[in-house]
Design a protein around this ligand. Structure first.
Ligand code: PLP
Length: 404
């Protein structure tokens, strides 16, 4: 389908539309097929939390694949790797979450949570937030509040109401007795690293309880130390009583894996056959995830993220002061950070400029670029990235002047 029009020095053909053809990675660095080196401040959409090629991940993958990759009659048989991961997760889950089911992607985990919330509550509607992102399956894009995504497949699943993120009065009006669940991110990732007013999640959780509405907290982007806590809802002013917590991305640092945790009350209403899948809870994903989570805990990565996030954000704010005609805001929690730029056109210009200098960053909608490096990124690499960003912003000046 794509034109194959680039050939590397060994004669392997690639599609130039992808621009950068990555061959390998190590830690925060990746190399393209020509040997050029880049600082990866995308971590593959916030996935490779331990960086590329981490020995803990590689070792877990090799060891488990030599034992068993897929259980016979998966779902009907039990796996040691799965039991180990469940035992590790159980005491780490916040609030009254007790039971975890595994999935293959974030969208699949959210899709299952939405489906099961409808069944468990016997109510039809879902409330979500404007500018949210919960995945690209039909169910999850129907509850994703980014307009572009939804309009392409219109009409989407109709039983969804959207409220502005962080707006408690509007949320209060929306939570009526037709609502099965509220689905919400603690910090909107794809929406542009939007941080709600303090106390929002705790108050939303209280409102849900009062109205008999289930709460689905989507920590697919924010979980596993990305924001400086194991789960972002642990930043909340008071305990957030969530009924579902959906997990993905960093859960296995690059191996495709995800999951959702539920309370005992919810689990009790889920019957055999309600949910499942050929690869759900596969031993490979479980083994890698166990290794990753153990590493995060043993090395207190959450504390490292908080410190490094402050360093990164302080540097970004300096750039904001220097290039205030291009930058509208610099914000973040832990190592989930973003620049909001003055207009959409600047996003592509800045991203291209950074790539030419050897820095990969993540553009997103609403004139935003995100900096989401792996959680083990060194301070030296943060300084280098900031320097490259400084050069990239400076290089916009002559181009923008020439265009005007
Ligand atoms: N939920 C959130 C908050 C996300 O950021 C994403 C992906 O970016 C998803 C769900 C979908 O996850 P996946 O791409 O693994 O399906």
């Amino acid at each position: 389908m794509n034109p194959v029009d680039v050939e590397d020095r060994r004669g392997i053909q690639f599609c130039s539309r992808q621009k950068l053809v990555v061959e390998r990675g190590q830690g925060t660095l990746v190399w393209d097929v020509e040997g050029a080196r880049y600082l990866d401040f995308t971590s593959g959409w916030g996935v490779t939390c331990l960086g590329h090629g981490h020995p803990v991940v590689v070792d877990a993958l090799c060891r488990q694949s030599a034992k068993v990759m897929q259980n016979p009659n998966s779902g009907f048989t039990y796996s040691v790797a799965r039991a180990e991961l469940l035992a590790l997760l159980a005491p780490l889950l916040p609030g009254s979450l007790q039971r975890t089911f595994f999935a293959n992607s974030g969208a699949e985990a959210n899709d299952a949570a939405i489906k099961l919330a409808r069944k468990v509550s016997a109510r039809p509607r879902i409330v979500s937030t404007i500018d949210s992102f919960h995945g690209r399956t039909f169910n999850t894009l129907s509850v994703s509040g980014g307009r572009n995504n939804v309009s392409r497949y219109s009409p989407c699943y109709p039983y969804t109401d959207f409220v502005p993120f962080g707006d408690l009065p509007q949320l209060e009006r929306a939570l009526n007795d037709e609502i099965a669940a509220l689905i919400v991110e603690p910090v909107q990732g794809e929406g542009g690293v939007r941080i709600p007013p303090r106390g929002f999640l705790s108050k939303a959780s209280r409102l849900c309880k009062e109205r008999g509405v289930l709460l689905i907290v989507d920590e697919i982007q924010t979980g596993f130390c990305r924001t400086g806590k194991l789960f972002a809802l642990q930043h909340a002013t008071e305990t957030v009583q969530t009924d579902f917590l959906t997990l993905g991305k960093g859960i296995a640092s690059g191996f495709p894996f995800a999951g959702f945790a539920v309370t005992e009350e919810v689990a009790d209403k889920i019957e055999k056959g309600d949910h499942g899948g050929t690869y759900c809870g596969n031993p490979l994903g479980c083994a890698v995830s166990t290794a990753v989570i153990n590493y995060l805990l043993e090395h207190d990565v959450a504390a490292q993220v908080e410190r490094k996030g402050q360093l990164l954000l302080a540097g970004m704010r300096q750039l904001w002061r220097k290039y205030s005609h291009y930058i509208v805001d610099a914000r973040g929690v832990g190592l989930l950070t973003a620049f909001e730029l003055a207009n959409d056109a600047l996003v592509a210009e800045l991203t291209d400029s950074c790539q030419q200098l050897g820095l990969l960053i993540t553009p997103t909608r609403n004139a935003i670029v995100r900096l989401i490096p792996d959680l083990l990124v060194s301070e030296a690499h943060i300084e280098q990235a900031l320097l490259m960003l400084d050069h990239a912003f400076a290089s916009l000046e002559p181009r923008v002047a020439a265009a005007s």
